[in-house]
Design a protein around this ligand. Structure first.
Ligand SMILES: Nc1ncnc2c1ncn2[C@@H]1O[C@H](COP(=O)(O)OP(=O)(O)O)[C@@H](O)[C@H]1O
Ligand SMILES: [Mg+2]
Length: 277
C-alpha cells in the first residue's frame, strides 16, 4: 500500500509523578523491582471485559474503596478514561454516621446486608421488624432502632445515587454516551453493594452487569471476586510485558496457574508480623 499521510488516534493517561514515586518507594522497600505502570482501570478492564463488549462499546466502572475508575471502550479501543475520588468506603462512612457506630462496625453491617440480599429483600417484603435485631453483626455497639428500609433507602441508597450521578456526568463528558450499547460493567468490591446494580440501571438507563475476573479460570474461588479485578489485570499485564520483553519468563504462566490467594495472604501476614512488637 502507499499513501501520503499516516495518522494515529492516541489516548494519553497521565498520573501525578509524586504518586508514581510513592508506588516505587513501597515496591523498593519490599525488594520488588517495578517494570512499569498501568492505570488500574485499564487493568480491571483487561480482566473482566469481553472482546464483544469492547467492540460494541462499553464502560468499565471499577468501584474501589476510595475511588472509582472509568474506562470507556468504543470499537474495541480505549477511548476515554477517568478517576472519581469517591468510593464504597463513603457508603460505610454514611452508615457509621447514620447509625452512630464505629467505621469497623458500619463496614460489617454493609457487608452483611450486601452478602444477604435475598434475605434482606424478603424481610423488607414481609415487613419483618426483628431482622436487624436477630442478625448477629458481631459488633460491640447496640444498633439504634433503625429499620432495614431506613438503612437501605435512607443511608445506602442516596450515596449510591450520588456515585451514579458522578459516573453519568463522566459518561456525558466523554461524549460516548450513545456509543456504549453494552452498558456498564461494574467491578471492584463496591460493585457488590446491596442495590448497586438495580439503582444504577434506573439512574444511567443502560444495561449493567457485575464484572468478575473470569479469565482467572482454574484459580481458587476466593479470587473470583470483583474486588480482585484490577489486581488480576495487573498480573496479566505484567505477564504480557514480561513475555514480550524476555522469553526466559515463560514460567510465569505456570506461576499464575498455581497462584493461591492463601499463600499470598499468609505471606503478607508474615510480613506485617515482622513489624509488630
Ligand atoms: N461483598 C461485598 N459487599 C459490599 N461491599 C463490598 C464487598 N466486598 C468488598 N466491598 C467493598 O469494596 C471496597 C473495596 O473494594 P476494592 O476493589 O478492594 O477497593 P480498592 O481497589 O480501592 O482497594 C470496600 O469499601 C468494601 O467495603
Ligand atoms: Mg479494586
Amino acid at each position: 500500500m502507499s499513501g501520503v499521510r499516516l495518522e494515529v488516534d492516541t489516548h494519553i493517561i497521565t498520573a501525578s509523578a509524586t504518586n508514581l514515586k510513592n508506588i516505587d518507594k513501597v515496591l523498593n522497600d519490599l525488594g520488588v523491582r517495578n517494570m512499569g505502570y498501568i492505570f488500574s482501570g485499564v487493568a480491571a478492564a483487561d480482566s473482566v471485559l469481553t472482546d464483544t463488549e469492547k467492540d460494541l462499546g462499553v464502560a468499565l466502572v471499577d468501584i474501589g474503596g476510595g475511588k472509582i475508575d472509568i474506562c470507556i471502550f468504543v470499537e474495541g479501543a480505549l477511548s476515554y478514561s477517568s478517576s472519581i475520588p469517591i468510593g464504597a468506603r463513603h457508603i460505610s462512612n454514611d452508615i457509621a454516621v447514620g447509625l452512630r457506630v464505629s467505621l469497623d462496625s458500619a463496614e460489617k453491617v454493609k457487608l452483611y446486608l450486601s452478602n444477604h440480599i435475598q434475605q434482606v429483600e424478603e424481610a423488607i417484603k414481609k415487613k419483618e421488624k426483628n431482622f436487624l435485631n436477630s442478625v448477629k453483626f458481631n459488633i460491640p455497639e447496640k444498633l439504634p432502632d433503625a429499620t432495614l428500609r431506613e438503612i437501605i433507602d435512607g443511608i445506602i441508597g442516596p450515596r449510591i445515587e450520588e456515585i451514579y450521578t458522578y459516573i453519568k456526568e463522566e459518561i456525558i463528558k466523554s461524549e460516548f454516551e450513545k456509543h456504549i450499547p453494552s452498558g456498564l460493567v461494574i467491578t471492584g468490591g463496591g460493585a457488590l453493594t446491596i442495590g448497586m446494580v438495580e439503582q444504577g440501571k434506573r439512574i444511567v438507563r443502560l444495561p449493567i452487569r457485575v464484572g468478575l475476573p473470569e479469565r482467572a479460570s482454574g484459580l481458587v474461588d476466593e479470587i473470583m471476586n470483583p474486588m480482585y479485578a484490577s489486581t488480576l489485570g495487573l498480573i496479566y499485564y505484567g505477564n504480557k510485558q514480561m513475555s514480550s520483553e524476555n522469553t526466559s519468563n515463560k514460567n510465569f504462566n505456570s506461576i499464575l496457574k498455581n497462584f493461591s490467594m492463601n499463600d499470598i495472604i499468609s505471606k503478607v501476614k508474615k510480613l506485617f508480623k515482622q513489624f509488630l512488637p
